[in-house]
Design a protein around this ligand. Structure first.
Ligand SMILES: N[C@@H](CCC(=O)N[C@@H](CS)C(=O)NCC(=O)O)C(=O)O
Length: 247
């Protein structure tokens, strides 16, 4: 049956919005992509407030055949909504109630626990670059202390936690975060994992490939999925896309 709902994703480069494209591709849905350039290094342009009052990405608009438009924000909620409404073949249906609970946990964990650490590191990096020399030296000293005292050890602890989780899955012959198949947990965790592996912001002080080999292997695996690659190809030229583990 042709898709009746018209889906538009409001997207920014190097953002959480890319994982929504991965999910849409996995669900076999068509969508329009709206993209504009970031401003002030990392901010969304003010025009994004037209699509949702907070002006962040991802935001998804779903236009129904009767012309009404459902406006969705918050990536965890968007992922949950898209699966609830469009996973007609049950591709993402958890196999057990325990799996469902774990998927829900990771959905909340992704934005509620690990992501704030990564945002803290990003904000501190931008702070150091936003002021001229010699003030920048002072700002970098202060933000460096904050990073060393809190954001870096917390980020590293979380990466280690996720790596241990994958290790336990691999020991059972499994490839994904929950159970035996792709789930919303993988979609949501792909963004912080990609950040840890590709950013030079000091998210982990230990090298990921050597110190967190399971996470490194997992990243090679998810970035080789056909739907991931299709989503990445759609934004090539606008973003540093990762395909088969390579930037
Ligand atoms: N918890 C929100 C966070 C949204 C968010 O902060 N998005 C970033 C992109 S990764 C953004 O829009 N940043 C631009 C800005 O804050 O101006 C979600 O998961 O959707």
């Amino acid at each position: 049956m042709p898709q009746e709902d018209k889906i538009t994703v409001y997207w920014l480069a190097h953002s959480r919005a890319q994982r929504i494209l991965w999910l849409l591709e996995e669900l076999g849905l068509e969508y329009n992509l709206h993209m504009e350039d970031r401003v002030q290094m990392v901010r969304a342009p003010a025009s994004y407030k037209k699509y949702h009052p907070l002006g962040k990405t991802p935001v998804v608009h779903i236009e129904k055949p009767d012309g009404t438009v459902k406006k969705l924000a918050e990536s965890g909620f968007i992922v949950q909504y898209l699966i609830d409404h469009y996973d007609t073949k049950g591709k993402f249906k958890p196999a057990t109630e325990d799996d469902k609970d774990l998927i829900d946990y990771f959905n909340h964990y992704s934005e509620g626990t690990i992501q704030p650490m990564l945002v803290g590191l990003l904000v501190n990096e931008v702070a150091g670059k936003s002021v001229p020399f010699p003030l920048s030296v002072l700002v970098k000293t202060v933000t460096g202390k904050i990073n060393q005292g809190y954001y870096q050890p917390e980020a590293e602890k979380n990466i280690s936690f996720l790596n241990d989780f994958l290790k336990a899955q691999y020991a059972k012959g499994r490839k994904w975060f929950v159970g035996e198949k792709l789930s919303a947990a993988d979609i949501m965790l792909s963004f912080p994992i990609q950040s840890a592996i590709t950013s030079d912001r000091g998210i982990t002080l230990k090298p990921v490939k050597e110190s967190y080999p399971e996470m490194y292997e997992y990243f090679q695996f998810i970035t080789s999925q056909p739907a991931w690659i299709t989503a990445a190809e759609k934004v090539k030229g606008y973003d540093h896309v990762v395909i088969n583990g390579k930037l």
